[in-house]
Design a protein. Structure first.
Length: 155
């Protein structure tokens, strides 16, 4: 529990946020094509490799979602806002569009519009400089990349 608490504490700068996004997206974009190409994904028969890759995807997806939420919260804090600003876009992005598309409540155009809004939020977090002084969420992050702090590992 202390690890999860430390994951959401403090602030991160733009460079650390960008590094995390690049790592998470590159691994995610490598796993998804592997799953769809390993066997006949949309048929009822799945091979062992398909089952293994599906499990691997969920093993990657769940922690990466937690890390993304933590990094977004810490980035919002660096800008001087509450970390709770990270919850609403993540909730909508991960749960709402896909599930509502299946029930024909959400139109594909609205899902595409949400992708644009979410991309704009990420771009805002990447481009806006953080507060230069210590704010209520902690001291200003150092300009160097600290991979251990990025993943909540303290020495």
């Amino acid at each position: 529990m202390d690890y999860l608490k430390s994951l959401f504490q403090g602030r991160i700068n733009r460079r650390e946020y960008l590094i995390f996004l690049l790592i998470a997206l590159s691994i995610g974009y490598l796993l998804i094509p592997l799953i769809f190409s390993s066997s006949n994904f949309f048929t009822k028969t799945h091979g062992i490799s398909q089952i293994f890759l599906t499990i691997l995807t969920y093993v990657w997806f769940l922690p990466s979602t937690l890390f993304l939420l933590a990094c977004n919260a810490r980035r919002w804090r660096d800008l001087g806002f509450s970390g709770w600003f990270a919850v609403v876009p993540e909730f909508i992005d991960f749960f709402m569009p896909d599930s509502l598309l299946h029930f024909h409540i959400f139109s594909p155009q609205l899902a595409n519009a949400w992708s644009i809004v979410y991309g704009t939020i990420v771009l805002f977090l990447l481009l806006m400089p953080g507060q230069k002084k210590t704010n209520q969420y902690g001291p200003r992050p150092k300009p160097r990349i600290n991979i251990n702090a990025l993943f909540g590992i303290s020495k």
